[in-house]
Ligand binder design. Sequence first.
Ligand code: SF4
Length: 460
Amino acid sequence: MADERLQAALSDATDRLRDRRAQAFAEFPEGERLRDRARQIKRHTIDTLDTQLSLLAERFEAVGGVVHWAEDAARAKEVILGLATERKAKLAVKSKSMTTEELGLADALSDAGITPLETDLGEYIIQIAGETPSHIIVPAIHKTFDDVADLLEEKHGTARCEEHQAITQEARDRLRSSFLEADLGISGVNFAVAETGSLVIVENEGNARLSTSLPRCHIAVMGMEKVVPDLEAVSVFLRILARSATGQKMSSYVSVITGPRRSGEEDGPDELHLVIVDNGRSKLLADRALRESLYCIRCGACLNICPVYRHAGGHAYGWVYPGPIGSVINPTLLGPERAAPLPFASSLCGACRDVCPVRINLPHLLLHQRDAVVRASSTARIPGRSGFKGWVERSLVRAYARVMRSERLYGRAGRLARGIGARFASGGRIRRAPGLGAWMSTRDFPEPPKKSFRERWEEK
Ligand code: SF4
């Protein structure tokens, strides 16, 4: 919060993305109907996930691919490292993939003596900086132009770039030959089409297309929720994904990969593998409320609009999925001991729900996770209140509900709060109150008015 460079980088980029998204949908009357349709498709697909995945596996293998199932990150890495070592791979080019970030695949490859090279510009910057992404679609969003120019000058030992184009060109020059030298291409998947066994990859730089077509072996990695029934569904998502993410009508490149290279074809890998990862998603699926989080198409719109994310940045969330969607899924995927505070770090303003292209009710899911965290442990610590116990939280909420349901109690509570508030106010704000020291260390309140709205109304 105190890092002014981070604040500047974040608000510049998120403001720009948010405004572009708003403009893109304002000029696209069909957009609202497509969002409804996208939600319908997702609901149907997730409700029939086992059937959709079986069909995908069958069709994917029918067109020459090989499917691998991974119940967790360890198994997924074992499969990928097994394929890599069997092929004596030394260099793997990677296109942007949140799922491989989730698995910690780059470190696993490095440990096995295989160089993983990120080829998306943002991911490449993060990789040479030795950092992790801080946004779903703009991994280096926390860096300013000057940060990146300094970094490239230091790591490449070349003249400092003075404009954006020069940065892109320098990274491109470094990466080009690697596509030809790589033994493996590793990619994520935006949509996997059950009907045709095709993989759809959406990007803006063309690096995914090179990573998946030049090396002899392509390994695609997807979370199991990425399956969609057919190409009609893909056409719906494509029209709202780029608009939600960057405000573009369509991404610059959409690759539809159906099987490995066939005889007579010039491009494409000899082998195509698909690793379908669960890694906790079954737990989301089993929870009737949280199941909705599997509708997410990872556009990042909820991050760009979220007042908490825009100030805290992605690294504050402690894992690869930041922002409102991260706060919903991380406690289930990582376990409450690592992510319990996240659902509480939200203003519940509802802006994330309003922009989500598949209309995920994120505030509702955040409340659901808060409830789950508090219920999970009677000793659950509520962020900002040192030593506060789950049962105290529940008692307070019950008391609050009682007061809010009774006009008489509400009036009395208001008078009491105004009386107490006036005692602790100074300069128009309340900055301390007994028993709320830790909670108020990062918050304050406006001084309550002398009279309630109702009292003033009656005096008129
Ligand atoms: S929850 Fe919705 S807005 Fe957020 S990343 Fe997923 S699809 Fe986009």
